[in-house]
Design a binder for this molecule. Structure first.
Ligand SMILES: [Fe+2]
Length: 432
């Protein structure tokens, strides 16, 4: 039986192609000039990596310019795992370049980086050719999360690396110029799967949750362990001890925005899984079972808010909705500062939340729906003035959907020359 992670919307494509002069329905805004890149696992033909998360990273790119969709191309990231089948753990220890680079693609200080949380980033060109692994001149000695955060005011890139062995968690900071200027160990009780974090104006926010690594498990060696407990940590960016807040046990892959409110409390929004939701999902992600993949994969978390009060040491918890959503995104010009809107992916739909009045809008897309990347309009006067870009797949065809983020109405739709397998994260890279 074909494993679920090689079937349906997750089925890999067999090769790399280029296509030019794509058909556009509707009218692409001329100012949307740049590149939309998206990453995701794509094993080679005949290859079974044993888990959805383990497939080689493949980047899909769409070049938009002056109202036209100039090209689409897809390329595997040429990691040491891809080209040499190099072992992650070998005679000389862990090789942080022997990874899949399959989770996200971001640009910082002019460098485009394909990311996976188990190892080093891989630099790629604007044409998606692989340059090679990046360790910032030898200064990076841990893995790098796939979810770094760029401070919109300072241009610094904040990130972390987690490891199976001590130090379990290390915070890193790149200057706006791309130099690794700080690495700092953060004390946690054990090795957990820490997929994302948050950054506010003055703090770093850690999710130390009970999905724990055990070497002896083999395969994808993480599982829920009640005994680990669950806590959220707040560390001053400027340095100093981490303050931990006990929270109800849960798991989080993805945070939305976080900020400090007028009372100095930390507000954190995220797509949250309970144990009852996480455990079956985790079992299913790597399984050979029923191929109704992505609805379930995006269908178990709900939007949740924690408000952490340093004055009392107490975390207030509140669900913000009861719908199943994942992949929260927002206008990153407001990263770390209070923001109003969150964009999420529901079942064959996008859901926009207004966190000020508690309302939401649902936009059905007619297909399996990817993360919605928000692109602000030039000179925008409102937080949601801009576009959402999302890859939507129905049957064997995919398109890049461009919506007006204010009301989720259609702006344009780019017909892609092939099906794009359901994947993880992407970025809009505007002209520099
Ligand atoms: Fe992610």
């Amino acid at each position: 039986m074909t494993p679920k992670y090689l079937s349906g919307t997750l089925a890999p494509v067999p090769d790399e192609i280029d296509a030019h002069g794509l058909t556009v329905d509707g009218a692409l805004p001329e100012e949307l000039t740049g590149r939309y890149f998206r990453n995701g696992p794509n094993p080679r033909p005949g290859e079974d990596p044993g888990h959805w998360f383990a497939g080689h990273g493949m980047l899909h790119g769409v070049r938009l310019r002056d109202g036209r969709a100039e090209w689409y191309r897809n390329r595997w990231v040429r990691t040491k795992l891809f080209t040499e089948n190099a072992p992650f753990v070998g005679e000389n220890g862990v090789d942080l370049a022997a990874v899949s680079a399959n989770t996200h693609v971001v640009r910082h200080s002019g460098r485009i980086l394909a990311l996976v949380e188990s190892g080093f980033p891989y630099e790629v060109t604007p044409e998606l050719d692989t340059v090679g692994p990046v360790d910032f001149g030898g200064r990076l000695t841990t893995a790098m999360t796939a979810h770094p955060k760029q401070d919109p005011l300072t241009g610094e890139l904040h990130f972390f690396g987690y490891g199976f062995f001590p130090p379990y968690l290390t915070y890193h900071r790149l200057s706006a110029g791309g130099e690794l200027v700080e690495s700092r160990q953060i004390e946690v009780p054990g090795p957990t799967m820490m997929h994302d974090f948050a950054v506010t104006e003055h703090h770093l926010v850690w999710l130390d949750l009970p999905v724990v690594f055990r070497l002896e498990r083999g395969g994808m060696p993480y599982a829920w362990e009640d005994d680990y407990g669950a806590r959220i940590g707040v560390t001053p960016r400027a340095g100093g001890p981490t303050r931990w807040f006990e929270v109800d046990p849960c798991y989080v892959f993805h945070v939305g925005n976080a900020w400090e409110d007028a009372h100095g409390r930390i507000v954190l929004n995220a797509a949250r899984y309970t144990r009852d939701r996480f455990t079956p999902l985790w079992d299913e992600i790597g399984s050979e079972a029923d191929p109704a993949a992505s609805a379930a994969a995006s269908g178990a978390a709900v939007l949740h808010r924690w408000t952490l009060d340093p004055a009392t040491g107490v975390a207030k918890e509140e669900p913000l909705d009861d719908r199943n959503v994942e992949f929260p995104t927002f206008n990153e010009d407001l990263l770390g500062r209070q923001s109003r809107y969150l964009y999420t992916v529901g079942e064959d739909s996008l859901v926009k939340y207004d966190q000020r009045d508690g309302s939401s809008q649902v936009r059905k897309t007619g297909g399996d729906t990817g993360e919605a990347v928000f692109v602000p309009a030039e000179g925008a006067s409102a937080e949601d003035e801009g576009w959402l870009l999302s890859v939507v797949t129905a049957g064997d065809s995919s398109r890049l959907l461009v919506l007006d983020a204010r009301d989720l109405s259609d702006v344009a739709s780019v017909r892609l020359p092939r099906r794009v397998p359901a994947g993880f994260h992407g970025s809009w890279l505007g002209e520099e």
